[in-house]
Design a protein around this ligand. Structure first.
Ligand code: FES
Length: 56
């Protein structure tokens, strides 16, 4: 599922970034470019990152 339409980033890519070592929402945003244009994906990205960090 696309989370960030501006950058074409999916939830799978966000989870993969966490699995590969990203420790925070900011790190994921820096890596993938999420929440860097319109910002609409910011809350969803945050939720996915935090849920995935908790699950690991
Ligand atoms: Fe992610 Fe616009 S949808 S920055």
């Amino acid at each position: 599922m696309y989370v960030c339409l501006c950058r074409g980033v999916t939830d799978s890519q966000i989870k993969q970034a966490v699995e590969e070592g990203a420790q925070s929402v900011r790190e994921v945003n820096d890596l993938l470019g999420t929440a860097r244009q319109c910002g609409k994906c910011g809350l969803t990205t945050r939720d996915i990152v935090n849920q995935h960090l908790d699950a690991m």
